[in-house]
Design a protein around this ligand. Structure first.
Ligand SMILES: Nc1ncnc2c1ncn2[C@@H]1O[C@H](COP(=O)(O)OP(=O)(O)OP(=O)(O)O)[C@@H](O)[C@H]1O
Length: 600
């Protein structure tokens, strides 16, 4: 069965359920399901920003509140339609998320969480103090949503809309995470240096996630106001934000499906305890809180990935076995990769990199001291030296990962002093890292596709609405082509975390090549490789040179380097001590004394 037919069957099944449930369930159960659906929307956004993006937010309920009050106020005070209210709610909520995110998304660690707590506290306080918003009494008599002749004025009638929006929201998030922009979102935990290395801006990606999460909260707030027809500040307090974080953690922050699992577990259990506890004690609410605190601790201790993790493992085991779900592999036509933009390579022999008196100091330590050298287009140049000589620091200076203390670097005749790491990458400089930076829970194919990020154009909307088919196909074809070049195509659908370290270095090379680079900078690419793999790598680098790609390589394996490179630059204690072709460098007495010793 083709994936398209299979997906259509799944979608039709889900839609059928959405339409049948309000017909057969009692109003009480349907209204509980509405609460679960609305909460799941908020948690879906929270999973995106926190579970995927790694930026914990305790301010989601405040966004729900802004949207609920914005729409309710417009509809009640100005007699406008709830649909106009939705538009206003989305603009106001996303606008405020953008403004807050622009300040807080640069903050790391606890600061971000603290600033969202401040936000989560402030919003309900301000609303409760605003007379036009009903102050502490809230807003009553909010008009129900109307779709053509259907007035959704009770729980059963609202159910279909709530769950259709949740279904659409989940579909959008799922598509988004599988798209070009979504892959950068999933790579965020790898850090901003990784993202900049393929031309993405981590701050922008994180801010986008924050605004998208607020949009989900806005939809939930709008539904909440018009389904319940009455609002006050209680459901939008900091306490409610913490409840959403709880739902995310219980469900499992790493998978979208957990939004539903977490909110259903939380709201279902809460409801059950609220009914049960008054029969036994008058302190029901305290015991209720205690039960949730204990449950939270238990889940953190026993299931750190949440209840959703074992469930999703079970699902993937079942779907692997089932013929209905099995075809996981994409149908990629190899020549589709040529539809991506390609860079014109500079004429062989023209100056590509020019380093003039580069110096880098870390406090009193001079890691790179007054080093000058050039690299010409189409060459392979080796940067060698003993441990601590300053090679990786020089790489970081060339790629803009570290700023120069003194001196200058020009790439393609462009001075790089004022360029960010990302802007340097966009000039056509691709790199690998001494300590590999891969996303272990993404497949090999997806890791390499990250490298082609800057060659695509489809953004958030086209990714989320699946209007990116052709570009996505080209990116995946390019990723597969590069995996073939490094000999890993047969493992394309495996997780990168399952690879041995040496092979992970090859995967980084494939990712660097997917960016269609002018200059490839490889930091110890042969470390951990077996002899045959080293020979294959040397052949690949030789092919790149014949295609006109320039390679700068840091490597400790002298046999590998000497047989491969056109020229060598030798560093020791931060300074350049020699430069020339392999034979000249071997013969240099200073190099022999400092580095090559008896090998020369
Ligand atoms: N961020 C940093 N802060 C302080 N010192 C640093 C930093 N990065 C590097 N150094 C120091 O700079 C010197 C050069 O380090 P670098 O990693 O560039 O050497 P290397 O030639 O790449 O060594 P290796 O071959 O072991 O990787 C070392 O003494 C190192 O401890």
């Amino acid at each position: 069965m083709s994936p398209r037919v299979r997906n259509a069957i799944v979608v039709l099944g889900a839609l059928l359920l959405i339409f049948i449930i309000p017909q057969v369930f009692a109003t009480f159960a349907v209204s509980l399901l509405n609460d679960i659906g609305i909460a799941a929307l908020v948690v879906l956004g929270l999973i995106l920003v926190s579970g995927i993006g790694g930026a914990i937010s305790f301010g989601q309920a405040a966004f729900v509140g802004i949207a609920a009050y914005a729409s309710a106020w417009l509809v009640v005070a100005h007699q406008l339609s709830p649909w106009t209210g939705l538009l206003f709610a989305l603009v106001l909520t996303c606008g405020s998320a953008w403004a807050i995110g622009a300040v807080t998304m640069r903050l790391g660690g606890h600061y971000l969480a603290l600033s969202t707590i401040a936000w989560g506290l402030a919003v309900p306080l301000v609303i409760a103090d605003t007379t036009a918003l009903g102050a502490h009494s809230g807003i009553d008599g909010i008009a129900p949503i109307q779709i053509g002749p259907w007035v959704l004025d009770n729980a059963n009638k609202s159910f279909v809309l709530v769950w259709l929006i949740l279904f659409f929201g989940a579909w959008f998030a799922y598509n988004l995470l599988g798209s070009r922009v979504g892959r950068t979102m999933r790579a965020l935990r790898g850090g901003k240096i990784l993202l900049a290395s393929f031309g993405a801006d981590a701050f922008r990606v994180r801010l986008t996630l924050f605004v998208v999460a607020a949009a989900y909260a806005a939809l939930a707030g709008w539904l909440y106001a018009h389904v319940n027809r009455y609002i006050n500040t209680a459901p939008f307090s900091l306490h409610a934000s913490i409840d959403y974080v709880f739902m995310m953690v219980v469900g499992g922050a790493a998978q979208l499906g957990s939004a539903l699992i977490g909110s259903a577990l939380y709201i279902g259990l809460n409801n059950f305890l609220q009914d049960l506890l008054p029969h036994f004690t008058s302190r029901g609410s305290q015991i209720n809180s205690l039960v949730f605190a204990l449950l939270f601790l238990l889940i953190l201790e026993r299931m750190p990935g949440g209840v959703g993790r074992p469930l999703s493992r079970l699902m993937s085991r079942l779907t692997r076995r089932s013929r209905f779900f099995r075809s996981r592999h994409l149908n990629i036509s190899p020549d589709a990769s040529y539809k991506l933009s390609r860079r014109a390579l500079p004429q062989r022999g023209t100056p590509l990199v020019s380093v003039k008196k580069a110096t880098k100091r870390f406090g009193g330590l001079v890691a790179v001291n007054d080093v000058s050298f050039d690299v010409h287009a189409g060459e392979i140049v080796g940067l060698i030296g003993p441990n601590g000589a300053g090679k990786s620091t020089m790489f970081n200076l060339l790629t803009g990962t570290l700023p120069l203390t003194d001196g200058a670097v020009r790439l393609l005749d462009v001075p790089t002093a004022d360029l960010s790491q990302r802007e340097i990458a966009l000039l056509g400089v691709a790199r690998t890292f001494q300590h590999v930076k891969l996303r272990p829970r993404m497949t090999l194919l997806e890791n390499v596709a990250l490298g082609a990020y800057a060659r695509g154009h489809c953004g958030l909307w086209r990714g989320g609405l699946r209007l990116n088919g052709q570009e996505e196909h080209s990116i995946m074809a390019e990723a597969l082509r590069q995996l073939e070049r490094v000999g890993l195509a047969d493992q394309a659908y495996e997780l990168a975390g399952s690879l041995p370290l040496g092979t992970q270095r090859l995967l980084e090379i494939a990712r660097a090549l997917a960016s269609d680079p002018v200059l490839v900078m490889l930091d110890e690419p042969a470390a951990g490789l077996r002899l045959l793999e080293k020979q294959a790598l040397a052949r690949l680098l030789d092919t790149l040179r014949s295609e006109g790609v320039t390679v700068l390589i840091v490597e400790h394996d002298m046999e590998f380097v000497m047989n491969l490179v056109d020229r060598l630059v030798v560093m020791n204690f931060g300074s350049k001590i020699s430069e020339g072709n392999p034979a000249q460098v071997r013969a240099d007495p200073e190099v022999q004394a400092a580095y090559l010793g008896g090998d020369a």
